[in-house]
Design a protein around this ligand. Structure first.
Ligand code: FRU
Length: 326
């Protein structure tokens, strides 16, 4: 039997309700199902750094062998992550980072690179000339900081492109729309808008449409998720012009967790690849996802078949035992 089955893994998620993070959890569960018996404790901090600290503290009290965490904001979560690590409990940081390098492994894409690719895409698409608006994520969360830096660096190479306005949408639809309502004059002269995620990109398009600016402004987002309301669907239906793939890393986090627990070799930095999805490649990407989806269904079917066979086997064992006894 699997020697990892006695382990308890805690997963502290900064927020669990959006499509991207539901996808992350699904990937984790898929990978966890290959390690039957492992205990998995999941906590959703609902966008609150305070709540997330409390939840990790509770996990430490209950006893975990390894912590996976996506820190809501970098600074506030640094202390508790360092504390966990110093206790000798391995920590895998996923997607968002702390402000410290006291962690066992990191899994996620390069957010500086993602911001840079967004800037380069806009620069090329506007032929090096125009006005840009940036809708940023939650201040203090590492992807917002890094995407912003990459974006500014890329656009600084285009002397005729100007960032006219920057607002914080905190990764959320309502907050993004509220902030965009404050900068209507900038939206009217904008040629492109970069939102740090697809949720805010879709929200931005609604605001632009309400101002009757739909034809003129190119809208970019990040995540490129499959499924209802995801970025791929928005690109395919031309609600947004492009999205950058942001892999959730759910599967990689779990495989790394077991490598650490089993004392096998592992990489400290596990950087996942990104790319731009627009009208030229969105169909290909959708096709790939539906293939993965059907393969996952096959695996689930195989698993329930295995369980059935195990039950048949168990009941046969029982009959055999009875025969021997009587
Ligand atoms: C989901 C999300 C994604 C974004 C990521 C950044 O909660 O907002 O849309 O890419 O978090 O951490």
């Amino acid at each position: 039997t699997d020697k990892t089955s006695q382990y308890t893994i805690g997963f502290s998620q900064c927020v669990g309700s959006d499509l991207w993070r539901r996808n992350m959890l699904d990937e984790m569960k898929m990978e966890l199902s290959l390690h039957p018996g492992v205990k998995f404790i999941y906590a959703d901090a609902d966008n609150s750094s305070k709540k997330q600290i409390e939840q990790v503290t509770q996990m430490l009290n209950e006893g975990i062998d390894l912590l996976i965490i996506s820190p809501n904001e970098a600074q506030p979560l640094t202390g508790i992550v360092e504390q966990t690590y110093s206790k000798g409990i391995p920590v895998i940081v996923i997607d968002r980072k702390t402000s410290s390098d006291l962690y066992t492994a990191y899994v996620g894409a390069d957010n500086y690179q993602i911001g840079k690719m967004a800037g380069e895409y806009i620069g090329a698409n506007l032929n090096g000339k125009g006005n840009v608006v940036e809708v940023m994520g939650l201040p203090g969360s590492s992807p917002a900081i890094e995407r912003h830096r990459g974006f500014s660096d890329a656009l600084s190479k285009f002397s005729n492109i100007h960032i006219k306005a920057q607002v914080y949408g905190d990764w959320l639809k309502n907050n993004a729309q509220k902030q965009l309502g404050q900068i209507k004059p900038d939206l009217k002269t904008a040629n492109a808008l970069f939102a740090h995620n697809d949720v805010m990109a879709g929200a931005s398009r609604e605001v632009l449409n309400s101002l009757r600016l739909n034809q003129h402004v190119k809208v970019l987002g990040v995540d490129a998720m499959p499924g209802n309301g995801g970025g791929l669907q928005m690109v395919a239906s031309k609600i947004i012009d492009a999205s950058l793939v942001y892999p959730t890393g759910g599967k990689e986090a779990i495989t790394t967790a077991f490598r650490i627990l089993n004392k096998e070799s592992f990489a400290k930095e596990n950087i996942l690849q990104s790319l731009v999805i627009d009208s030229t490649n969105v169909q290909l990407m959708k096709l790939q996802w539906s293939k993965i989806n059907s393969q996952q269904k096959d695996i689930e079917r195989q698993q329930s078949l295995l369980e059935e066979q195990q039950q048949v086997y168990n009941s046969q064992q029982l009959i055999l035992n009875i025969i021997v006894i009587t």
